[in-house]
Structure formats: structure tokens, C-alpha cells
Design a protein around this ligand. Structure first.
Ligand code: AMP
Length: 215
């Protein structure tokens, strides 16, 4: 069983790296943002509640998020572990996660902190597109699709997220550096954090992660 948490600001490349590592290890990549976008698109009760926070770039309340994420982690495909992306984002969520994992004999084994300068992040986000079918991430400059506007992996259309507007991006980065970075402390005290230079090109970041994991 291997549970690996990716911690990094929006635009740090954590979704891209989480996808790569998940397929390499044969465990699912569970991303809170993807779960939310699906719930919002399907207009579920949780999606309805979450939408206004999501569009503003604010954190969705812990109660909604914890229930949604833990329900996903309890599914059969995560039984051997998972790559956790975007959750936990607050201390309350980290504590709820620890409790849920320990009740089934699991824990967060490693925390990969993908570190990048905020100026790099803003530039990357302005060029970010994801695909309709599976939210595979692209960057028009550093990681473009082979055919413009089309996902290489599943052929679906690429689009820009509704919260990748300049104002929402600024708000999300602010929250990350104020709130989510507290998690570095929390997991750092448990000796689980490895810092990765996320300003490198994609293959080098992957290599750094594999090296940090001893794979
Ligand atoms: P992401 O795709 O990880 O950038 O998340 C997009 C948006 O979803 C965030 O700006 C929040 O509004 C919401 N969100 C995702 N994960 C969480 C979380 N763990 N706690 C609260 N809000 C979240």
C-alpha cells in the first residue's frame, strides 16, 4: 500500500506529475479539483453547494470536501493506495484524512512538495488547458497537444477552466501560500516531506520525484 500526497500551488505541474506516477505505479490519481468539476457539471447536491466557492477561487467548505474525497478513496481501485492531489488543503482536512486512513491501516507515506516561484505559476496558468473527457492537462507553451485543441490521449476537446481567470488565479495562489503551506509544517514534523524543484522541464521533475521515492 502506498499513499503519496502531491502538494504544490496551481500551475506547479502536480496534476501532470501525479498522472505520470499513477500510471507508473498502477494506482489511481485522485484529484479533488477533478471530483469537484465532475460534481459541478453533473449538478449534484454537493456540486450545487460547491460551485460559488469554486468559481471565485475560494476553498470549498471542509465538510463538503472531506465527504467527497474520502468517499472516492474508499472505492475498490484505491485499496492498494493512491496519488492524492489537491486534498488535503487545510489542517482540518489533513486530520480527517489521517483518521480515515489509519482506520484502515494506512497513512500518507510520502509528501512531494512541488516548489515553484509565483511568477512562474501565473505564467503557466495563463496557458493551461485541460480536456473535457478526463481533465488531462496541457500547456500551450511547455506541453502543447500534438493537434491544436485536441487531447492526445482521448481525442476530446481542450478548454480553459472557469477558475483560471486572472482574479481567481491570484486568489487561489494567495490561499495556497497562506493556508495550504501550513501542511508542509504538519507533514514535515512527521518527516514525510520531500521538496522537488518544479521549475524544471516535465521529464526532469518526474526524475526528481522517482529519485525522492527511491524508485
Ligand atoms: P484544483 O483543481 O486543485 O486547482 O482545485 C480547483 C478549486 O477546487 C479550488 O480553487 C477550490 O475552489 C476547490 N478545491 C479543490 N480541492 C479543494 C480542497 N481540498 N478543499 C477546498 N476546496 C478545494
Amino acid at each position: 500500500m502506498l499513499d503519496i500526497l502531491f502538494l504544490g500551488a496551481q500551475g506547479s505541474g502536480k496534476g501532470t506529475q501525479a498522472d505520470i506516477l499513477a500510471s507508473r505505479l498502477g494506482i489511481p490519481h485522485v484529484a479533488s479539483g477533478d471530483l469537484l468539476r465532475t460534481a459541478i457539471e453533473q449538478d449534484t447536491p454537493a456540486g450545487k453547494q460547491a460551485r460559488v466557492y469554486y468559481d471565485r477561487g475560494e476553498l470549498v467548505p471542509d465538510t463538503i470536501m472531506v465527504a467527497m474525497f474520502l468517499e472516492r478513496l474508499a472505492q475498490a481501485d484505491s485499496a492498494r493506495g493512491a496519488i492524492l492531489d489537491g486534498f488535503p488543503r487545510t489542517l482540518a482536512q489533513a486530520e480527517a484524512l489521517d483518521q480515515a486512513l489509519s482506520s484502515v491501516g494506512r497513512e500518507v507515506d510520502h509528501v512531494m512538495y512541488l516548489k515553484a516561484d509565483p511568477n512562474v505559476l501565473v505564467k503557466r496558468l495563463a496557458n493551461r488547458y485541460i480536456c473535457r473527457a478526463h481533465q488531462h492537462p496541457y500547456n500551450l507553451i511547455t506541453n502543447p497537444p500534438k493537434r491544436p485543441g485536441i487531447c492526445d490521449i482521448d481525442g476530446s476537446e481542450l478548454y480553459q477552466r472557469s477558475d483560471d481567470t486572472e482574479e481567481a488565479v491570484r486568489r487561489r495562489l494567495e490561499i495556497f501560500f497562506q493556508e495550504t503551506l501550513k501542511l508542509l509544517d504538519y507533514y514535515g514534523k512527521k518527516g514525510k516531506v520531500r521538496e522537488i524543484d518544479a521549475e524544471q522541464p516535465i521529464p526532469e521533475v518526474t526524475e526528481s520525484i522517482l529519485r525522492a521515492l527511491g524508485i
